[in-house]
Design a protein around this ligand. Sequence first.
Ligand SMILES: *[C@@H]1O[C@H](CO)[C@@H](O)[C@H](O)[C@H]1NC(C)=O
Length: 224
Amino acid sequence: MHLPLTAALAVLPALALGQVSGSGKTTRYWDCCKPSCGWPGKGGNPIRTCDRNDNILNDGGNTRSGCDSGGNAYMCSNQSPWAVNDSLAYGWAAVNIAGSTESQWCCACYELTFTSGPVQGKRMIVQASNTGGDLGNNHFDIAMPGGGVGIFNACTNQYGAPPNGWGDRYGGIHSKSECASFPEKLKAGCNWRFDWFQGADNPDVTFRQVTCPAEITAKSGCGR
Ligand SMILES: *[C@@H]1O[C@H](CO)[C@@H](O)[C@H](O)[C@H]1NC(C)=O
């Protein structure tokens, strides 16, 4: 294969950094639990976690998850998605990248381009905050309040959510009007799903690793 020299040089930085790309799938969740990148030894600073009242923990890295009895580390409400503009959003996700490990993806950022559903063509940059034993390869489980608690649920303990979380255990609530009764700090992220994200239901993506935007690392307290 003969690439023009400029094209060959352009791919070198990505290769040197071991940055990954490919196609994948998405789901959604918000379980209120301490995300697993909140523990030390995952390749950088632990991602910021919050106490039951959503105050940032000074030693979140060594604090037990609110998903375990007696634990007091929860997902901070400001790790909710937001719209940068109509075609770009920022947020966080639990991820599983084929051929990588958690210590490689924790706090790394991935640009997702949606390839199906109403959001087809829109982009979202997510920072990996979590992983999950139930995730397949190249799977981004996008964190959005009201997206369903999934396997674990700290939302009942933290916010008094119903026993299986808001809405269905998997998939969460069904309409924007349900966001109106959410805790104040989770409303904007809940609304985002029905505004910017257009209520998309697990759209497919292509993805590539990118440098994290400063607006994301300012909230999460970690990067690569
Ligand atoms: C959205 O914001 C990004 C990043 O600032 C920018 O590159 C892009 O042109 C913007 N798109 C629109 C439609 O404004």
